[in-house]
Design a protein around this ligand. Structure first.
Ligand code: IMP
Length: 195
């Protein structure tokens, strides 16, 4: 991971109109777009090799995963199916409520299927622990986890991440689908908010 390209919001390469109203929070680029793209290709290569001859179902955890999920799935060299699940999120806060609710369930049957759960960021580990328990009870043939970012400092429940993009220790991360109170998802790079 690089600390290069440190910018503030005024220098973000987006049309001025898009920047109006994003608040006074400072932020700096943590992982530039090019580094994200190359990491996604690496992950896709590993998954394609591990699942050669199979057709896994990739399960994206909405909403933050959307850009990562799309790039990952399109970079695979094996056939796959896709589905989405949504759980209750942080709302407008940077702290988890600690209670996970299923808001949108899968639509494909998963019994006997190879599942890869794709998450944008693992923080406390509560979301993935809940989902792994929930999905395992549906008797898939296998279940693995792919996460773009493993944020370790606040981990409360262990999560075995089979395919991990980047490890960061702390900080609130936005961009590339990740939000803070629904802001910043559209940014193509990954940023860290600074107070
Ligand atoms: P966990 O249940 O605490 O592991 O949190 C997982 C979910 O929290 C992710 O899918 C994100 O929606 C959200 N989250 C945790 N940390 C961050 C962050 O730094 N930026 C944006 N969302 C985050």
């Amino acid at each position: 991971m690089t600390e290069e390209g440190i910018l503030n919001k005024v220098e973000t390469p987006r049309p001025v109109g898009v920047l109006i109203g994003i608040g006074s929070m400072e932020k700096r680029v943590l992982i530039p777009r090019q580094e994200i793209q190359s990491k996604v290709k690496d992950l896709a290569r590993r998954i394609s090799s591990d699942y050669a001859g199979k057709e896994p179902i990739l399960i994206g955890i909405l909403n933050g995963v959307v850009f990562f999920f799309a790039e990952l799935v399109m970079s695979l060299s094996i056939p796959s199916k896709i589905d989405f699940i949504r759980v209750s999120s942080y709302g407008s806060s940077k702290a988890s409520s600690g209670t996970i609710h299923l808001v949108k369930d899968l639509e494909l049957p998963v019994k006997g299927q190879d599942l890869i759960v794709v998450e944008d960021i693992v923080d406390t580990g509560l979301t993935l622990n809940y989902l792994v328990r929930n999905l395992k009870s549906r008797e898939p043939a296998s279940l693995k986890i792919c996460a773009l970012i493993d944020k370790t400092e606040r981990r409360e429940q262990e999560v075995a991440i089979d395919y991990c993009g980047f490890k960061v220790q702390e900080g609130f991360i936005v961009g590339y689908g990740l939000d803070y109170a629904e802001q910043y998802r559209y940014l193509p790079d990954i940023w860290v908010l600074t107070e």
